[in-house]
Design a protein around this ligand. Structure first.
Ligand SMILES: *Cc1c(COP(=O)(O)O)cnc(C)c1O
Length: 222
């Protein structure tokens, strides 16, 4: 079952890379395993999947313990509360959902010194919806500058969850705008665009996604 959906997703990503002039292998498939048991992670792993994304810290730590022997790259993609930064800094390789200088500072301070810097993305509230997390696009240049100075995290790029749209052109629009805003900063360290989920991955790949975060299309409904 997982094998089939993994194969299908890999094919879909490959086709989208071709269709939108992306280099082969440009787009990383991040398997979003929130609400799914460790056994399902293990079976995706068995078919070659190595990057997994989790939203809830406690849930993730438990699965990490069960999967201790696996060579997994763990991505934190959920909202980050201050009281969770220590655990995230210690147990993840990436955090996609950093949305304040305060959280970035804590992650840097709390990153264990024996580990390489934590890779982070700034989450941008691209559709301007008040209830969603993320910084506004106009704060990006200033925050990038401050975050880039922190020693134990490495600013890699941006993440966004636009308001859901069904039409392809409408799905593309916010990603396009965000990509252009980042490109304008001209910082070669910003090489990561964490764009796209099960419902809009083609549009995200068309607009330069380098990581697509896929849950439902891989593991089924939650
Ligand atoms: C749940 C989640 C996903 C995966 O969503 P699907 O629609 O199930 O693919 C991606 N990104 C974030 C931040 C999520 O919380």
């Amino acid at each position: 079952m997982i094998y089939k959906s993994l194969k299908c997703l890999r094919e879909q990503i490959r086709q989208a890379e071709i269709a939108y002039d992306r280099k082969p292998g440009d787009v990383l498939l991040l398997a979003v395993s929130k609400a799914k048991p460790a056994e399902e992670i293990a079976s995706a792993y068995q078919w070659g999947q190595r990057h997994f994304g989790e939203n809830y810290c406690q849930e993730a730590l438990k699965k990490q313990q069960e999967l201790g022997a696996f060579d997994i790259t763990w991505h934190f993609i959920g909202p980050i509360q201050s009281n969770k930064t220590r655990a995230i800094a210690a147990h993840f390789d990436w955090a996609h959902s950093v949305d304040s200088l305060k959280i970035a500072r804590r992650l840097s301070e709390q990153r264990p010194c024996e580990l390489p810097p934590l890779n982070i993305c700034l989450q941008i509230n691209i559709s301007g919806e008040q209830s969603k997390s993320g910084i506004n696009l106009d704060e990006l240049p200033h925050l990038c500058k401050l975050v880039a100075e922190l020693p134990n995290i490495r600013l890699r790029g941006v993440m966004a969850i636009p308001a859901p749209e069904t039409a392809f052109e409408e799905q593309r629009q916010p990603y396009k705008e965000l990509y252009q805003a980042v490109a304008k900063l001209g910082d070669p360290n910003l090489d990561t665009f964490s764009f796209g989920m099960s419902g809009d991955l083609n549009a995200a790949i068309a607009e330069k996604a380098t990581i697509v975060r896929i849950g439902t299309a891989l593991f089924g409904a939650r």
